[in-house]
Design a protein around this ligand. Structure first.
Ligand code: ZN
Length: 247
């Protein structure tokens, strides 16, 4: 038996390490670079980092957010992602008892985090991450249920995209958004999936009005991923809510 504190420390530590790996994926995959070679280096002076420059979160703080060699600023994005992944892993470990299930959910939400940040940075996501994420989402529950729920939401989203694009006379939503809708269906099912999409749309709308930049193309994947995460974390409460509405 492990105590809650041990669980938090252990999953948090794995989280920062995976977060550090996600940083490499976010930096290199969209540029079609190899994720294992060359070893981590400074983006400005290209000098390879020593192992003690590469410890998640701590190195960034110890170096004061600057490269040890050229003193150029290192983006705060690195520790934000490491920190977020740690929080995510802790929340998953606290919600799920089974280690193997928690493992699959951790992989799934890590990939969604990487996709969200890539979408924010590049306004497009590589299929080589989004498609495997969809396959991982089929593994979280009963395969047949996950698969049919994913198909249902993919179908619904494709139809919605077609109608909205026809109304506004330009392409609405990307193909990647439709894949994420499938992931949402596979992870929480159709009913909760619709709630997740509703929460995402609401958040996107609020952010859109706050930014109020008409030309700015708002990436939708971060909202969909966060909507799914919130719905999944509170799925028990959300299911109760659906039951109350139906009765
Ligand atoms: Zn440097």
């Amino acid at each position: 038996m492990t105590s809650t504190l041990e669980l938090i420390v252990f999953s948090g530590l794995i989280g920062v390490i995976i977060g550090s790996f996600l940083n490499v994926i976010i930096l290199r995959v969209p540029k079609n670079e190899n994720i294992s070679l060359p070893a981590s280096h400074c983006m400005t002076c290209q000098k390879p980092l020593k192992w003690y420059h590469n410890i998640p979160i701590f190195s960034w703080i110890l170096l004061g957010g600057k490269c040890a060699f050229c003193k150029e600023k290192i983006s705060i994005q690195y520790i934000i992602i490491e920190f977020l992944t740690a929080c995510m892993f802790i929340s998953i470990a606290l919600r799920i008892d089974s280690v193997s299930e928690a493992f699959i959910y951790s992989i799934l939400f890590s990939m969604l985090l990487a996709l969200s940040v890539i979408d924010l940075k590049y306004k497009a996501v590589p299929d080589c991450i989004s498609i495997p994420t969809l396959f991982v989402s089929f593994l979280v529950g009963d395969f047949f249920n996950s698969f049919s729920s994913a198909l249902f939401l993919i179908g619904g989203f494709t139809l919605l995209r077609f109608v909205v694009s026809w109304i506004i006379k330009k392409d609405a939503m990307g193909e990647a958004d439709i894949i994420i809708a499938g992931i949402i269906g596979a992870t929480v099912g159709v009913e909760l999936g619709l709630i997740a999409i509703y929460i995402s749309a609401l958040m996107a709308l609020i952010v859109f009005f706050i930014l109020s930049k008409k030309e700015y193309e708002l990436p939708f994947i971060p909202f969909l991923a966060f909507g799914l995460y919130i719905t999944w974390i509170f799925s028990e409460q959300a299911t109760n809510l659906i039951r109350i509405i139906y009765e």
